[in-house]
Design a protein around this ligand. Structure first.
Ligand code: ATP
Ligand code: MG
Length: 238
């Protein structure tokens, strides 16, 4: 479904990604794990067409590496940005509606149906539908950012650090929702610094270090890999 081959991205003389290859099948949650500055966001931005790069990105067999961000989004690949970026002065419902209008044009019957789908996954957003987004908690803002992407009816959802800045119990709720969303048949590319969490919910994972993929494999294998345990899980018994 998504296949990346030999992807390299530079910011001026800084190489942010080097020779990245990645494979993702239907219905998977694929985790991209790495510490600050590893290149995780750059990889999502490369897929979305937001950064200049070389290499190939195939989506359902089509090379999308030269597509504009708008065309990538139109093909069904939607990115929930790091830091959420909800519209602070709009209500929850208005934020969600913007998601719909931006991606699919205005059809009010569709919007109501899609709102219900978002509210079913995140009942808290329904309770707060008329609240201004700036006054939501961090967890609620993250729900809103995911909900806004859902309004675009994604076929591949990319989440950039959905756990960032949230309390453990709120993170658990968010990850439950991510799993539920995936169970509806939506493939998810999940960027996370929290390797434990990411490996618990994903099928497959890639570890990114200084712009290169150093370890990859099934989530199960990675949880038991001593290199991953040492560097990312802090669980190795010596
Ligand atoms: N617009 C930019 N201009 C120049 N350098 C950039 C730009 N964006 C990112 N970089 C650099 O590219 C590298 C990778 O950054 P990136 O944001 O992709 O990392 P990340 O893994 O998402 O980190 P974090 O976990 O902190 O979000 C870093 O060294 C960063 O300084
Ligand atoms: Mg990032």
């Amino acid at each position: 479904m998504l296949e990346i081959k030999g992807l390299t991205a530079n910011y001026g003389h800084i190489t942010a990604l080097q020779d990245i290859s990645l494979d993702m099948g239907e219905n998977e949650i694929v985790a991209l794990i790495g510490s600050n500055g590893a290149g995780k966001t750059t990889l999502l931005n490369s897929i979305s067409g937001l950064v200049t790069k070389t290499g190939e990105i195939y989506y359902n067999g089509e090379n999308i590496s030269a597509k504009t961000p708008r065309d990538v989004a139109k093909s069904g690949i939607l990115q929930v940005p790091e830091g959420r970026h909800v519209f602070p002065g709009l209500t929850v419902k208005q934020n969600l509606t913007v998601g719909s209008i931006a991606w699919r044009g205005f059809k009010s019957a569709d919007i109501e149906e899609d709102l219900e789908r978002v509210y079913l996954l995140f009942p808290r957003l329904k309770e707060r539908s008329h609240q201004l987004a700036w006054s939501l908690s961090g967890g609620e803002q993250q729900m809103l950012a995911v909900g806004r992407a859902m309004m675009g009816r994604p076929k591949l959802l990319m989440l950039d650090e959905p756990s960032m800045g949230l309390a453990p119990i709120v993170i658990d709720e968010m990850f439950d929702s991510i799993v539920k969303l995936n169970q509806t048949g939506l493939p998810i590319l999940l960027v996370e610094q929290n390797a434990q969490l990411a490996l618990e919910v994903s099928t497959k994972a890639y570890i990114l270090e200084h712009g290169k993929i150093t370890i990859s494999g099934s989530a199960k294998d990675l949880i038991n890999d001593s290199r991953v345990q040492d560097a990312y899980l802090g669980t190795r018994v010596v």
